[in-house]
Design a protein around this ligand. Structure first.
Ligand code: PEP
Length: 247
């Protein structure tokens, strides 16, 4: 990290039954967080249980998604207003799985971000290139395109960027420290030009993609890495080691 407050997110995705989620909360209640901000994102249905049992000085609860609309006739969706009404302060938007499997594009995600921020939510906004794009050298073109339409909304107080190379998510293929640092430095430079140098200096950029208890310390030491968004390892005891590396 480069001196910004570190933030670690645990993205539980569409995993865990109630009993396993409750057991995970019990573990989290024993972790050492120091100066690190921690948020965990259970499935919507488990959020009330997690909010009732997770100690607030350990971690806050995030949703994994929300609608680009407000309340209304939108069957199956959950609005920012619902999250706020439940006392939820954070939402993850633009995760690569939402982009890939649920066809959420930059335009829709810009609407979601704008709407969520307008209701007072804080947002972890995910970007990142696919394997082929990394290989053909277009990583930064992809990241810029994903940020272009939202650059003016990037407030360091309310938005965290998660840089997650898609080829590193759930694959065990973590980006090298050099790949992660170089890309995140370039993302920060782009934000300086598209938003402002002040926003770029203050906004936190997480790295995500096969972070685990073993590789986290080296990555956490890098200048432009301000924490992690963690999938697989967030379901395991080693999540507490990842948080510790950021405390
Ligand atoms: C993620 O889904 O945000 C993620 C980084 O997953 P994993 O840690 O399992 O690669």
């Amino acid at each position: 990290g480069g001196g910004r407050k570190m933030i670690v997110g645990g993205n539980w995705k569409c995993n865990l039954d109630q009993a396993k989620a409750a057991a995970l909360v019990e573990q989290l209640n024993g972790m050492e967080v120091g100066n690190c901000e921690v948020v965990v994102a259970p499935v919507f249905l488990h959020i009330p249980m997690v909010m009732n049992t997770l100690k607030k000085d350990k971690a806050l609860v995030s949703a994994q998604n929300c609608s680009f609309t407000g309340m209304g006739a939108y069957t199956g969706d959950i609005s920012a207003e619902h999250l706020v009404d439940m006392g939820i302060q954070w939402v993850i938007l633009g995760h690569s799985e939402r982009r890939q499997y649920f066809k959420e594009d930059d335009e829709m995600l810009a609407k979601k971000l704008e709407y969520a921020l307008s209701k007072g939510l804080k947002v972890i906004y995910c970007i990142g290139e696919q394997k082929e794009q990394r290989e053909n050298g277009t990583t930064m073109d992809v990241c810029k395109k994903q940020l272009e339409g939202v650059a003016k909304m990037l407030n360091p107080e309310t938005v965290v960027i998660a840089y997650e190379p898609v080829w590193a998510i759930g694959t065990g293929l973590v980006a090298t420290p050099e790949q992660a640092q170089d890309t995140q430095k370039s993302i920060r430079e782009y934000i300086a030009s598209a938003a402002s140098p002040d926003v770029a200096a203050k906004i936190r950029i997480q790295y995500g993609g096969s972070v685990n208890g073993k590789n986290c310390a080296e990555l956490a030491a890098l200048e432009d890495i301000d924490g992690f968004l963690v999938g697989g390892a967030s379901l395991k005891p080693e999540f507490t080691d990842i948080v510790k590396a950021c405390s």
